[in-house]
Ligand binder design. Structure first.
Ligand SMILES: C[S@@+](CC[C@H](N)C(=O)[O-])C[C@H]1O[C@@H](n2cnc3c(N)ncnc32)[C@H](O)[C@@H]1O
Length: 419
């Protein structure tokens, strides 16, 4: 079974189990409130007030669960509500940006939970209308009890989902990613993986077509790879999934004093290009050139088959698809979508953490697809000429969760059969 099919089967099973469990909990709580008689002396007005209050508690429980469900969807592609998953996946396919998918997932979930209320209303007020012992007040108290039971259930499910995600060690881009913590944790100095990556990138970009726009896909809050393309590109287009990441780049473009300092990376890039001792002026000049060439900051989602309307002569996507999911099938799909943005004959430069299951940012572990050079070769084979691949061991990065990286550049085939 593919990873995608498995996610649907798991979501469907979780939905069925969750529906029964919610039903049992809510009914038991409703019956308990009525049978205990604790609110038996309330008049209809107070019963109505209690019912309204119980909805507020239910909304609070549901809110916790919607957040946990979103984290689950982002990290694993599964959900405890299959309609929520369907809405989420559909939104990600057709709309740009994580917000649309988040809203769709929440709407799908909420619609199902509200629909589940209908039988309770029909049962409670039907009984009140048709039988003498059940009064309208009794029906309202039953519903209030059921709401409180449902609230407890939603909250409990949220805790369970979070505990599951913690056990699986996955943090979520939608809810847990902290761009500033990422920059502080990885980009204070040029660490060994970036020493290798930037040198590889500079070399690979010597084969890029000059004076054409270059796309950086999944750039995060970073610019350290972008400086290498500033001279070759006519324009630099930077895409990432999270608006918060793009906001960090915007700060740097706007010369905001809070912006990250990329000068050590610019200096190292210039060294890789052959300037043995770049001066401060040369570093500043490359920063300025890069600022001038960045003409587009755009939200992208690798889950979309065509993440952007145009294709590019050069696409750079480093530590994006592999660092966005723990599921290999999803990684392969993301790679096909990103690779699809390279025009025929164009250059694709990519990098991945090697055989890594998770990398840490501010003490939280984000998913990684556990891929290696063989996986990369296989995923590129249908659309790209045989790639140039280099594997680098970076044991110094072990504290971050990985000990190797795979660096790759490949040219997209021009023959229409392969396209
Ligand atoms: C580990 S960061 C790498 C950022 C940058 N390329 C670097 O080398 O530091 C992974 C990036 O993938 C992005 N990402 C996660 N899911 C994505 C998706 N579905 N589509 C595009 N980018 C995604 C995240 O927002 C994050 O910026």
């Amino acid at each position: 079974m593919t990873g995608g099919a498995r996610a649907w089967v798991v979501s469907l099973a979780a939905t069925v189990a969750s529906a029964y469990a919610l039903d049992a909990t809510a009914t038991a709580a409703g019956v308990a409130v009525v049978a205990s008689g604790v609110l038996g002396d309330l008049g209809p007005r107070w019963a109505l007030a209690v019912l309204a209050g119980s909805y507020a508690v239910w909304a609070w429980g549901l809110r916790s669960n919607l957040r946990a469900n979103q984290a689950l969807l982002t990290a694993t592609g599964t959900s405890t509500n299959v309609l929520s998953k369907a809405a989420h996946d559909l939104a990600r396919r057709h709309r740009t940006g994580p917000r649309a998918a988040r809203v769709a997932a929440a709407a799908g979930y909420t619609a199902t939970e509200v629909a589940k209320e209908v039988p309770y209303y029909a049962g409670a007020f039907g009984a009140a209308a048709l039988t003498d012992p059940v009064t309208a007040t009794g029906a309202m108290l039953f519903l209030a009890g059921a709401n409180l039971g449902a609230a407890g259930y939603e909250y409990g499910l949220a805790r369970l989902t979070r505990a599951f995600l913690r056990r699986r060690r996955y943090a979520s881009f939608d809810t847990d990613w902290d761009p500033a913590a990422y920059l502080n944790g990885y980009y204070r100095t040029v660490e060994p993986d970036e020493v290798a990556t930037i040198a590889f990138l500079v070399d690979a970009l010597r084969g890029a077509e000059r004076d054409r726009p270059v796309l950086f896909f999944g750039v995060g809050p970073t610019l350290h790879h972008v400086f290498a393309a500033a001279e070759t590109a006519s324009e630099l287009h930077l895409g990432d999934y999270l608006p918060g990441n793009l906001a960090q780049i915007r700060r740097w473009l706007d010369r905001d004093p809070r912006a990250h300092d990329w000068r050590p990376f610019v200096r190292y890039t210039l060294r890789c290009e052959g300037d043995a001792e770049p001066t401060d002026e040369e570093v500043t000049a490359r920063e300025e050139l890069t600022r001038k060439k960045i003409t587009d900051l755009v939200e992208v989602d690798a889950a979309r088959p065509r993440p952007l309307p145009s294709r590019y002569a050069t696409v750079v996507s480093a530590y994006c698809a592999d660092s966005a999911t723990a599921d290999r099938a999803t990684w392969a799909r993301f790679m096909r979508h990103i690779g699809g943005l390279v025009e025929p004959g164009g250059l694709f430069v990519t990098a991945a953490l090697r055989r890594c299951r998770g990398y840490t940012v501010a003490g939280r572990s984000f998913p990684s697809a556990d891929v290696d050079e063989h996986d990369l070769r296989a995923v590129l084979r249908p659309d790209f000429a045989p790639p140039a691949i280099e594997v680098r061991q970076v044991p110094q990065q072990a504290a971050h969760g990985y000990g190797g990286i795979v660096l790759c550049h490949a040219r997209r085939r021009t023959d229409p059969a392969a396209d």
